[in-house]
Design a protein around this ligand. Structure first.
Ligand code: UGA
Length: 434
């Protein structure tokens, strides 16, 4: 099939994996420099495995990028993957969705095939049928469900394992209300493992599934963070509690790691958007609001632990290991490292930082106020404390013998026993000896 993708962010770019199944991909982005980078087989974002797929498929002509919407005219499916950033009140800004829909509409109907426009951006319930569909009809002069199809297929991939997640999803959700669209999209996803459950539903339910899932995952994290804060007061190690409750098959082990909370471009934004959507229909979202408030407090909990360990933080040299919002990405959007570092700087600490991938992005945020170290070893040299803020595996084998300072863990990456055996003071959120 011929597939057009509007927007080359994480979700849009990962759709190039469809080329592996023999589909031809045209990516449309408004930024010429980004288009040029993609056409050179280079990924504009760091995502393990993505660049290899891009390189191979650009070379064979299966993937190309353009700024020209006329190139979508012969596509069978058009995916909308543009950004839906948060507004001040937490609701999402639909301006990119509206612009993309208008431009797609102007190029619909030139193909003799029935074309399906599929929203893949995360949008609140009803956006596809109340915003996208009318704009498409108005700008094309055509009728949805008769001349073209409108669908919503949420994406569940995680940054850092986007390629794997895209090819091996736990489920495929296809939300549409016309049979032709359903048949075309079923065909598009036919090459995926037949054991992957397919959920055929309407657009609004598909939109809601995405928000409910992300909010549920975020709620597990905030729940465990609250439990961790209580554990500390009772001299209980939260990781033992998390392990034990995770063995209950009704709970399961994933997303129970307590620490400085969740960041990234999805959980904070999506929970806030669902809060705003919920209020707009007169439902008070008590639990959703608590997920955010627990999350916003966690970075300050780590600062409290640092103060208890070091006393006044003024002029203390603090090494920060990890800047990205999680491991295997250079993305710092909503990273919990930002409030931690900002507070340290406000307290007058001297901060050195190291991250395997996110150093360049950090420079755009903190400019010259912090010291950028060339390695994790350099970062922790001659400091008063070392804080771990991202769950990079490589922090597990930090050379402890040359260190003298306390380790204050925000992510539970390092083995507490090893740190203690090396004679160092170990502290962590939800740790029983804080
Ligand atoms: C999340 C979801 O996991 C994806 O399924 C979804 O598709 C994506 O949002 C999206 O909506 O686009 P992502 O933001 O890439 O994916 O990252 P996660 O792996 O979910 O981690 C989010 C944050 O939670 C990170 O800051 C991580 O450190 C934190 N986290 C995760 C915890 O604090 N504890 C945990 O147990 C797990």
């Amino acid at each position: 099939m011929k597939v057009a993708v509007i927007g080359s962010g994480y979700v849009g770019l990962t759709l190039v994996c469809l080329a592996k199944f023999g589909h031809k991909i045209t990516i449309v982005d408004k930024i010429q420099s980004r288009v040029d980078i993609i056409n050179n087989g280079i990924s504009p974002i760091y995502e393990p495995g993505l660049e290899e797929i891009l390189k191979e498929n650009v070379k064979t002509g299966m993937v190309k990028a353009t700024i020209d919407y006329t190139e979508i005219e012969d596509s069978d499916v058009v995916f909308v993957c543009v950004g839906t950033p948060s507004k001040e009140d937490g609701s999402i800004d639909l301006s990119q969705i509206e612009t993309a829909s208008r431009q797609i509409g102007q190029h619909l109907g030139k193909s003799k095939n029935y074309q399906v426009v599929v929203v893949k951006s995360t949008v609140v319930p009803k956006t596809t049928i109340k915003t996208v569909l009318p704009i498409l009809e108005e700008s094309s002069g055509l009728k949805a469900g008769v001349d073209f199809g409108v669908a919503m297929t949420p994406e569940f991939l995680r940054e850092g394992s986007g390629v794997y997640d895209f090819i091996n999803p736990d489920k495929i959700v296809i939300g549409t209300s016309d049979k032709k669209s359903l048949s075309i999209l079923s065909q598009l996803y036919e090459s995926f493992d037949s054991k992957i459950p397919r959920i055929y539903t309407d657009q609004t339910t598909a939109e809601m599934i995405k928000y409910a899932q992300n909010s549920m995952l975020a709620s597990r994290i905030s729940f465990m963070n609250e439990i961790a804060n209580i554990c500390e007061k009772f001299n209980v190690d939260v990781s033992e509690v998390a392990y034990a409750i995770g063995l209950d098959s009704r709970i399961g082990p994933k997303f129970l790691n307590a620490g400085i909370g969740f960041g990234g471009s999805c959980f904070p934004k999506d929970v806030k958007a669902l809060i705003a959507a919920s209020k707009s229909v007169g439902v008070k979202p008590n639990l959703l609001e608590s997920i955010i408030s627990v999350n916003e407090n966690q970075p300050h909990r780590l600062i409290e632990i640092a103060k208890r360990t070091l006393g006044d933080l003024k002029n203390k040299k603090i090494a920060v290991l990890g800047l990205a919002f999680k491991s295997d990405t250079d993305d710092m959007r909503e990273s919990r490292a930002i409030p931690v570092i900002e507070t340290l700087l406000k307290e007058g600490s001297i901060v050195s930082v190291y991250d395997p991938k996110a150093m360049e992005n950090a420079k755009k945020i903190f400019e010259g106020n912090i010291l950028y170290s060339a390695s994790k070893e350099d970062c922790v040299k001659n400091v008063d404390a070392c804080m771990v803020l991202t769950e990079w595996k490589e922090f597990r084998d930090l050379e402890l013998s040359s260190m003298k300072c306390p380790v204050i863990e925000g992510r539970r990456v390092m083995d507490p026993n090893k740190v203690i055996e090396a004679g160092l003071n170990y502290k962590s959120i939800g740790w029983k000896y804080n």
